[in-house]
Write a protein of this length. Structure first.
Lengths: 252, 348
């Protein structure tokens, strides 16, 4: 007789439904890490999530928590309004690189600067996904996108924007770590970081916690899912070095 | 207490849980007053990094079911239009105060009524409405705060209070009173954490074919309810009037003086003052035009509300306009002269 033992299953805060994400996309992994964290910390009934404008706008179709959809880039301001009026709730924003690093740069910097007690999961896939693969502030030099057809050229299109390095210098940002979703080992490290970013808020630590996840977008990197994972390792991590940039524990 | 401070205190009495704002003249007294009083009350005050952020902080607090407000002046209100459109799409209640100043552009810091179009037509994108209140005294400014919060909660809409630099700065004796609140629906849609219930989602994106169209019809039905139930309009001596002056806000205050003087001179003048600018009292104004009389619209702009008056009157009687833009404030005598000019030929 064969003994069947469950070794891996869907975590309760992740809904059982088909995905709209492309094959090889990193959003599904990132969603799971958040859902696992919420379930492990037992905070589902007091968590409010903020979906960005971008491919992950429908994050509430997968994450079974209270969620709000907001204007492009404004999530940290919305999170501020939520957390200030509901200090007992766990408020997190989930934002892509167009949302957080382009149109919402002012909001993320000032939320960090005010030491807002929120958790930010920042998905960096070096490209605008939903609108058709245009250049993002995080597009690496030489990368071909819909709006850098000859490859990103620093002379006319500037340099990739390093958000973690920018935020880490602000006293109001208490935890800043960059991880990648490019291998099992990397994903395990990313899980630890995501969980820590939520734990800090759950334990009432004052300040903003941000985890940047380098995430594959095979569709607009014009490559295969497997090669997209390799590209994160070989190219993206050169521009966006992995690791914890800041981890300060401060009581309110 | 100046108008700005008075309205801030009235908002606190009305149960405002959170205030978010960014400095801009001529409404800075609101932000300063709130920074002190809201913390005294153990409520939320945040000075935001921009008006864009302020309106989105309001959006966040409103999504969790709290009573939230912001205030600004014309250029700042322009920046908030994106957020106001999202509030409309997500059907979130919010109160926004615009202490209008001269425009366009940076303009000046003098009182103006140049934002009527922006307020009543919706400066943001999409088919939506905001309720717009146009108080004309500090007392009325105070009285419209609890009304604004109640209307916002009842209809899940943005309520815009359209004041101006004079009302904001003016000092008048006021009575602050705790008015009985309307019976309001429970906020079972609010994001409070999915405890013993299904997840709540606050959203404005509807991609499936036909869904957004239906949502728009639903919004329009709600707006028709507001039009049916919430119009406020004052009028004086219209019955026998040969000329009716239509004005709102501080301009209506000046018009009142001019009409009183005209009456003393034997000119049969009256006035109509829309208090709700949207919904607009089209029926009342249209009815006043059933008998032939002249209409003069006075605004501190180049003529914006005059279009609504013309729509209401639909060509039945002549509608004339007198306005001062860019921070110009008409005097009682200026308006009286205009009334004299318009009624004189008829007398000859």
């Amino acid at each position: 007789m064969i003994q069947v033992k469950t070794v891996f299953k869907r975590t309760p805060s992740l809904k059982n439904c088909p995905t709209h994400y492309c094959p090889g996309c990193g959003h599904g992994i990132a969603h799971r890490l958040i859902a696992e964290t919420i379930d492990e910390l037992g905070i589902r009934d007091r968590t409010i999530g903020i979906a960005p404008v971008g491919c992950a706008v429908l994050a509430y179709n997968y994450l079974d928590v209270d969620m709000v959809e907001v204007a492009h880039g404004r999530a940290p301001a919305v999170a501020t309004g939520m957390k200030r009026t509901n200090p007992d709730k766990i408020v997190f924003s989930y934002q892509g690189d167009g949302d957080l690093a382009a149109i919402g740069t002012a909001e993320i910097i000032h939320a960090a600067h005010r030491a807002e007690q929120i958790t930010v999961i920042f998905i960096n896939n070096a490209v605008f996904g939903m609108t058709g693969g245009q250049m993002a502030p995080t597009t690496v030099l030489g990368q071909v996108t819909a709006t850098t057809q000859q490859g990103r050229d620093a002379r006319s299109q500037g340099y990739p924007l390093q958000i973690c390095e920018l935020l880490a210098v602000l006293p109001g940002a208490i935890y800043v770590e960059r991880c990648a979703l490019s291998s099992v080992a990397r994903i395990r490290q990313a899980k630890k970081a995501v969980k820590h970013a939520f734990e800090l808020q759950a334990t009432g630590t004052a300040g903003l916690a941000l985890v940047e996840l380098l995430s594959p977008c095979p569709t607009y990197w014009h490559t295969t899912p497997a090669k997209a994972m390799e590209w994160i390792e070989t190219e993206m991590t050169k521009v966006f070095p992995l690791g914890c940039l800041k981890n300060v524990t401060r009581t309110p | 207490m100046c108008g700005n401070e008075a309205l801030a205190e009235a908002a606190i009495i009305a149960g405002c849980d959170a205030y978010f704002g960014y400095p801009i003249t001529p409404q800075n007294e609101i932000t300063a007053y709130m920074s002190k009083r809201m913390s005294e009350e153990g409520r939320v005050f945040v000075q935001s990094e921009s008006e864009l952020a302020a309106i989105n902080m309001v959006y966040g607090a409103a999504a969790t079911g709290k009573r939230a407000m912001t205030s600004s002046s014309s250029p700042g209100i322009s920046l908030m239009q994106e957020g106001i459109s999202y509030l409309a799409g997500a059907e979130l209640p919010a109160v926004v105060v615009n202490v209008m100043r001269g425009g366009p552009g940076l303009g000046n810091i003098a009182p103006s009524q140049g934002d009527y179009f922006q307020a009543t037509r919706g400066g943001g994108h999409g088919d939506y409405r905001t309720i717009v209140l146009g108080p004309s005294s500090v007392q009325e400014l105070v009285d419209c705060m609890p009304l604004a919060f109640d209307l916002a909660d009842q209809y899940r809409m943005t309520v815009l209070i359209l004041a101006d630099g004079i009302l904001g700065q003016m000092m008048e004796p006021i009575v602050l009173q705790k008015k009985p609140r309307r019976k309001l629906p429970a906020k079972d849609w609010a994001l409070t954490g999915a405890k013993n219930r299904e997840q709540n989602i606050v959203r404005s994106l509807w991609l499936q074919e036909g869904v957004l169209e239906q949502l728009n019809y639903k919004l329009q039905a709600k707006y028709r309810q507001v039009q049916k139930n919430e119009i406020i309009c004052e009028q004086y001596a219209v019955e026998d009037a040969e000329i009716v002056v239509v004005a709102y806000g501080i301009a209506a205050r000046i018009v009142r003086g001019a009409v009183a003087k005209a009456r003393q001179e034997g000119i049969r003048a009256g006035w109509i003052r829309p208090v709700t600018l949207w919904p607009f009292p089209s029926e009342q104004i249209g009815k006043a035009a059933d008998e032939f009389r002249m209409f003069l619209v006075v605004e501190m702009s180049c003529g914006q509300m005059v279009e609504d008056v013309k729509l209401a009157i639909a060509g039945k009687t002549p509608v004339l306009f007198y306005g001062r833009p860019g921070g110009g404030v008409p005097t009682v005598d200026e308006i009286l002269d205009k009334i004299r000019q318009l009624t004189m030929p008829a007398k000859r």
